[in-house]
Ligand binder design. Structure first.
Ligand code: PMP
Length: 434
């Protein structure tokens, strides 16, 4: 009989033990802050899902597809031909080359599944991937699933720019290419790029991408280009895909998301784009993970993309997000906190350095054991009534200090929610030291 002190024992005896892939003791940040949000009735600007209705034409395209008999059975593992044809058309224009829908596109269960497929297709256990911090937390979890090793290189605010005192531009966050080179070993297989960037809102310029491309070519790396926010750039900022640069199509897999592009994160549709040799390998991983993605939403996305082009939806959506961004930033201006102005995605990093949490402020045990930015986020949720996400989630332990004085807010929310959050945030003034 199992001893009662065994961590996996129960009154019924020993319980199965989880694998290393899913190990980890802390509650994940999303569950933790969603629970706290409910408890303290806070406005939730934490998780990045849309807090406003999806467009009617998108929902109508989805519901028609559910009723369409041709969508009731398995789609091919590569994806429904109609969607691949539409994506090939759209991205041929974007990437400046003719994309072959038969060989260069795979439909995935959201952008996230595409990321896991790429890691699985190009990395053996112990192989390394370069991540630029702050990095979307799923990269690390996905690497863990395949026993891959993340190697971190931080994006840093340029010398001479003080993010704790002044409003900075997402352009001010830069990558040190020598620091990337220093992390490369014979086991480095993949370099992960995210543009537009979550959480900084940085849209990498062509020149910046050229520098990264040189390194990838020099060291024969596969670039996983996470472009899930490709339709969400502001103020005329052009989104450039590294796959469009000379010599990069052969070594880049682009991961995208209909969830972000059309405002339907729950539909779980995304896609991978790349040269046939790369996509063949990704398809093998994809076929093992999900075999094939649900049929109706693929057709729903196909028709929604067609309508979106015909009715100027993407331009309108950009304008709406820009207005939401500015609405939120005006509220932060009124508080007097510094932040990074994002040019893409739908996140804002607010710098919390000027805020003083009162001495002796009490934290529950699940927060007390975490780092400073968790405590600051808890303070925001409980005291101010607005939830954000602690950016240390996006940093490795070695560089966690870089994220300590930031909090990430999502502005993919309704005007009412943003206004309510903005109003509550004004309460911060009394905690800001002169
Ligand atoms: N990459 C980044 C940078 C993201 O922020 C997200 C979603 N939060 C994804 C990938 C995953 O997208 P999807 O919801 O389509 O799986």
């Amino acid at each position: 009989m199992a001893s009662s002190s065994h961590p996996c024992s129960s009154p019924l005896g020993s319980l199965p033990v989880g694998s290393e892939r899913v190990s980890g003791s802390n509650m994940d940040v999303w569950t933790l802050f969603n629970q706290l949000t409910q408890k303290h009735e806070a406005v939730n600007l934490g998780q990045g899902f849309m807090g406003f209705p999806a467009p009617d034409f998108v929902k109508q395209a989805g519901s028609a597809a559910v009723l369409d008999e041709s969508c009731t059975q398995y789609a091919p593992p590569r994806g429904k031909p109609e969607l691949r044809a539409q994506l090939a058309k759209d991205y041929s224009a974007y990437l400046g080359r003719t994309i072959d829908p038969e060989q260069e596109v795979v439909v995935t269960a959201g952008g996230n599944e595409g990321l896991l497929c790429v890691f699985s297709a190009f990395m053996n256990p112990g192989d390394e991937a370069i991540l630029m911090e702050p990095a979307f937390d799923q990269y690390i979890m996905n690497l863990k699933m395949i026993h891959g090793v993340p190697k971190f290189v931080p994006l840093r605010v340029k010398d001479g720019v003080d993010a704790s005192r002044q409003i900075v531009s997402a352009d001010d966050w830069v990558l040190d290419l020598d620091a990337v080179r220093a992390k490369i070993t014979p086991r480095t297989k993949v370099l992960v790029l995210n543009t537009p960037h979550n959480p900084i809102g940085k849209v990498f310029t062509k020149e910046e991408l050229e520098g990264i491309a040189e390194i990838a070519k020099e060291h024969n790396l596969l670039v996983l280009s996470d472009e899930v926010y490709d339709r969400l750039t502001y103020e005329g900022r052009p989104h450039v895909s590294i796959a469009s640069l000379p010599g990069m199509w052969e070594r880049t897999v682009v991961a995208c998301s209909a969830g972000k592009a059309l405002g339907v994160t729950g539909w779980r549709i995304g896609w991978m784009l790349g040269a046939p040799e790369l996509i063949t390998l990704c398809l093998r991983a994809h076929t093992r993970y999900v075999f094939t993605v649900n049929s109706p939403m693929q057709i729903g996305v196909t028709h929604a993309l067609q309508y979106a082009h015909a009715n100027g939806f993407f331009q309108k959506q950009q304008q709406e997000y820009l207005a939401r961004r500015n609405r939120f930033l005006r509220a932060i201006d009124a508080v007097g906190l510094p932040y990074t102005v994002p040019h893409g995605s739908y996140f804002v990093l607010v710098n919390t350095s000027p805020i003083r949490i009162p001495d002796g402020y009490e934290f529950p045990p699940e927060i007390a054991q975490r780092d400073y930015c968790y405590k600051m986020c808890y303070f925001f949720t409980k005291e101010i009534g607005v939830t954000g996400i602690p950016p240390s989630e996006f940093y490795s332990e070695e560089n966690a200090a870089l994220g300590q004085n930031f909090i990430r807010f999502s502005f993919a929310k309704s005007d009412e929610t943003l206004d309510q959050a903005g109003e509550r945030l004004q309460k911060l003034k009394k905690f800001i030291s002169a």
